[in-house]
Write a new protein. Structure first.
Lengths: 520, 83
C-alpha cells in the first residue's frame, strides 16, 4: 500500500514568517505535527511518503493508493486545490485535521474520506479497513484521546528543515472564549502528556540540531500544576545541555499572579523566552461580551510586565470589531500596546468560526455574513454592531500601520528592554548567530530608508539583555511590513494621523493570493 | 592602516559601547567579556567595514575574538590587498 501525507502551504500570515525566508533561510516556520504523528501511527509495512507543500513540490501524477491531507483554516484554499488535483487524477483522497473537524460540510465535497476529530485511533482503524478492502467514507472520533496514548511523532519523515521545532504537551483549554474554535474541536478538559515524554520529544528536535522549540499547546499554563511539572522536567533536562534549548508557547495572561510567581519563575528558568498571549483588547466590556474572563484583570499592562521582567517576552494577539468596540477603540488599542511594550503584535478582525458559540449567537442576531473569509486579519464574517464595515476596515488598517511604523515599533522595543532582566549569558553561542543578524540587517536595508537603522537602534536599546527575542521581534516586524505591502494596505502616511480616517473608501486589497504557489 | 590603528579604533568603539574608560579596555580580553552580544558584534563588523572600506565577514568577532586578534587579522588583510 502506498500512502502520501500532505501538509498544504499556509496562507500568508503574520506568524508563519512567510515573507522572510531571506532571513530564516528556510521555506517554512515549523512543521505540522499531524504528519509525523500519523506517520508514527502507520505500520512500517506501508510505503509512506510525506510532503510539506511549503517546502517541496508535489508530484500530482505519481501513483498513490491514498492521499491524506491535513490542515488548519489558514490552509483551506490550498488544501482544496491539492485534494481536487489528486481526485481529478483518480486518487483516493482523505482529509482530516482541525479544519475538516470544524467544517466537515465545507470539506466533504473535496474528500473521499473525511476524518473528524483527533486521529490517533481513527487513522489506524482506517488503515486496517483499507487493507481489508472495506473502508468507510467518514471516520469520527467523538471521545477525547488520552494524550499519553499518542505516539511520539516520527520526525524521520520530515524532509525539510524548519526555523523551530514543535512539541505539544497538552490539548484543550478550560476557558470558554466565545470566538474560540479550539474548545469546539479539542474540548475544555485539558489532557496532558507525561513530562518524561515531553522531554523525549524535545530531545528528538535537539538531536536534529534545533535549539528552539514551540510548545504548541492551546493554553500551556491553564493547568498550573501540570505546567509546573513539565517545566520542572524541561529545566532539569536543559541544565545538562551544552547548547540549551529555548522555548516559546501560547498561554493566557492569568498566569501572572502577584501572590504566586513560582510558575513564571520556573518557566523562565526552564528557558521559556516568548509567549503568545491572546490579550485581544483592553476594552473590558468587549472582554465580558466574549466571555474572555481570564483577561478581566486589574491591569493587563502590569501583567504583561510581570512576564517580561522575567525575560518572557509577550507576543500580543489583538482583535478589533467586538460588539462593544466603537471608533475610539482603535486608538485605545494603540495606546495600550505602546504602554505595554510588546514589539510583536498581531491585530485581526473578530471572526466567528464554524461551530463556535459566537457563530450561533450571530446567526440568531442575523449578523453572520455568508461570504467566505480568506484572510482573518482584514476580513470578517460578522456584521459589526457599533461600527460600519468601512469603519472597522479603516480602523484596523490604521492600527496595523500605526503599530508597524518604525518609530512606534522602536518605542515598544524600548519599553520592553527596560523591563527585561540583565542577560545571564551574553556569549555568542555560534557563528550562525552572526549570519542571522547579518541577514536581518540586509533585510532592513531592503525595506527602505526609514527602516535601515531600526535594527541598530533596537540593539542599542538591548545592551546587556538577551537578544534572541529581539531577533524574533525584528523578524516579525520585517515580515509584517512586507505582508502589509503585499496586501496593499501599507500606508505609512496613516502613522501621522492620530485617528483613523473612517470615511476613507474601502479599497479592495491587492490581489494577494492567499497561497503563494499553485502548482496543480 | 596598521594593526595598532585598528586596535585604537576598536578600543574607542568598545569604550563608547560599554561606557568604560578606554584605559580599562584590555585588548587581549575576548569581546564577550565586554558584554558584546552577537547582534552588537555583527554591527561592529559593519561599522569597521565602513571605516576601513573593505568587506569584513560578520563572523569576525567569533573567529578573531579579541581586539588584538581582530586588528592583526584585518591589518594582514589590508597589507595583502595593497601588495
Amino acid at each position: 500500500m502506498k500512502i502520501l501525507l500532505v501538509n498544504p502551504a499556509q496562507s500568508m500570515s503574520l506568524y508563519t514568517f512567510s515573507e522572510i525566508s531571506d532571513i530564516t533561510g528556510v521555506p517554512a516556520f515549523m512543521p505540522n505535527l499531524a504528519i509525523p504523528t500519523l506517520a508514527a501511527l502507520t505500520p512500517s509495512s506501508i510505503d509512506l511518503c510525506c510532503r510539506d507543500d511549503s517546502c517541496e513540490s508535489i508530484d500530482f501524477d505519481e501513483d498513490w493508493d491514498v492521499v491524506g491531507i491535513t490542515g488548519y483554516i489558514t490552509q483551506k484554499q490550498r488544501m482544496f486545490e491539492i485534494a481536487d488535483a489528486f481526485r481529478s487524477r483518480g486518487r483516493l483522497v482523505a482529509i482530516g485535521g482541525p479544519y475538516a473537524s470544524l467544517s466537515p460540510a465545507t470539506v466533504r465535497p473535496h474528500a473521499d474520506i473525511l476524518f473528524i476529530g483527533e486521529a490517533e485511533l481513527t487513522w489506524p482503524q482506517f488503515l486496517r479497513d483499507f487493507g481489508a478492502g472495506d473502508w468507510k467514507s467518514e471516520y469520527r472520533q467523538t471521545e477525547p484521546v488520552d494524550l499519553r496514548e499518542s505516539p511520539k511523532p516520527d520526525l524521520g519523515v520530515l524532509t525539510s528543515s524548519y526555523w523551530i521545532g514543535v512539541v505539544q504537551t497538552s490539548r484543550g483549554c478550560p476557558f470558554e472564549c466565545e470566538f474560540c474554535d479550539v474548545i469546539v474541536y479539542l474540548g475544555r478538559k485539558q489532557r496532558h502528556k507525561d513530562p518524561s515524554r515531553v522531554v523525549a520529544e524535545i530531545q528528538q528536535f535537539h538531536d536534529q540540531g534545533y535549539r528552539s522549540v514551540f510548545l504548541a499547546d492551546d493554553n500551556f499554563t491553564a493547568n498550573r500544576r501540570r505546567a509546573a511539572e513539565i517545566m520542572h522536567a524541561i529545566a532539569e533536562w536543559n541544565r545538562t545541555q551544552r547548547e540549551p534549548m529555548t522555548f516559546s508557547t501560547q498561554l493566557s495572561i492569568d498566569v501572572a499572579r502577584q501572590q504566586d510567581t513560582a510558575l513564571l519563575d520556573l518557566c523562565a528558568a526552564a528557558g521559556l523566552r516568548q509567549a503568545f498571549v491572546g490579550i485581544e483588547t483592553p476594552n473590558v466590556a468587549a472582554l465580558r461580551e466574549v466571555k474572555k474572563r481570564q483577561n478581566l484583570r486589574e491591569s493587563l499592562a502590569s501583567d504583561i510586565a510581570m512576564l517580561q521582567r522575567r525575560g518572557i517576552v509577550v507576543q500580543a494577539g489583538m482583535i478589533s470589531g467586538f460588539d462593544a468596540d466603537t471608533r475610539e477603540s482603535f486608538r485605545m488599542q494603540f495606546e495600550f500596546l505602546q504602554e505595554a511594550g510588546t514589539p510583536v503584535v498581531s491585530v485581526s478582525m473578530l471572526n466567528a468560526p464554524e461551530g463556535t458559540p459566537l457563530e450561533r449567537r450571530l446567526i440568531s442576531e442575523g449578523r453572520l455574513k455568508a461570504t467566505p473569509v480568506n484572510d482573518l486579519y482584514l476580513e470578517s464574517n460578522i456584521v459589526p454592531k457599533q461600527l460600519s464595515e468601512a469603519e472597522l476596515f479603516n480602523g484596523t488598517k490604521w492600527l496595523l500601520n500605526k503599530l508597524y511604523d518604525p518609530q512606534n515599533f522602536l518605542e515598544r522595543v524600548r519599553v520592553l528592554a527596560r523591563s527585561l532582566p540583565p542577560a545571564t549569558r551574553v556569549t555568542p553561542s555560534a557563528s550562525s548567530a552572526a549570519h542571522l543578524w547579518s541577514r536581518i540587517l540586509a533585510a532592513y536595508s531592503s525595506l527602505g530608508p526609514s527602516f535601515i537603522d531600526v535594527p541598530r537602534d533596537a540593539v542599542a536599546m538591548f545592551r546587556g539583555k538577551e537578544t534572541q527575542a529581539l531577533a524574533t521581534a525584528l523578524m516579525f516586524f520585517c515580515n509584517a511590513v512586507r505582508l502589509l505591502r503585499r496586501w496593499g494596505v501599507w500606508e505609512p502616511e496613516l502613522c501621522k494621523q492620530s485617528e483613523p480616517d473612517f470615511a476613507a473608501p474601502v479599497r479592495a486589497k491587492a490581489a494577494a493570493a492567499a497561497v503563494t504557489k499553485l502548482h496543480v | 592602516m596598521t594593526a595598532r590603528e585598528i586596535e585604537d579604533w576598536l578600543i574607542a568603539y568598545l569604550s563608547n559601547l560599554t561606557d568604560a574608560p578606554a584605559s580599562e579596555i584590555d585588548i587581549e580580553e575576548p569581546f564577550t567579556s565586554f558584554g558584546v552580544s552577537s547582534a552588537e558584534a555583527v554591527i561592529l563588523s559593519g561599522d569597521l567595514e565602513r571605516w576601513l572600506r573593505m568587506r569584513i565577514d560578520p563572523t569576525l568577532a567569533w573567529e578573531h575574538p579579541s581586539i588584538r586578534a581582530a586588528a592583526a587579522h584585518l591589518a594582514q588583510q589590508i597589507a595583502a590587498k595593497n601588495r
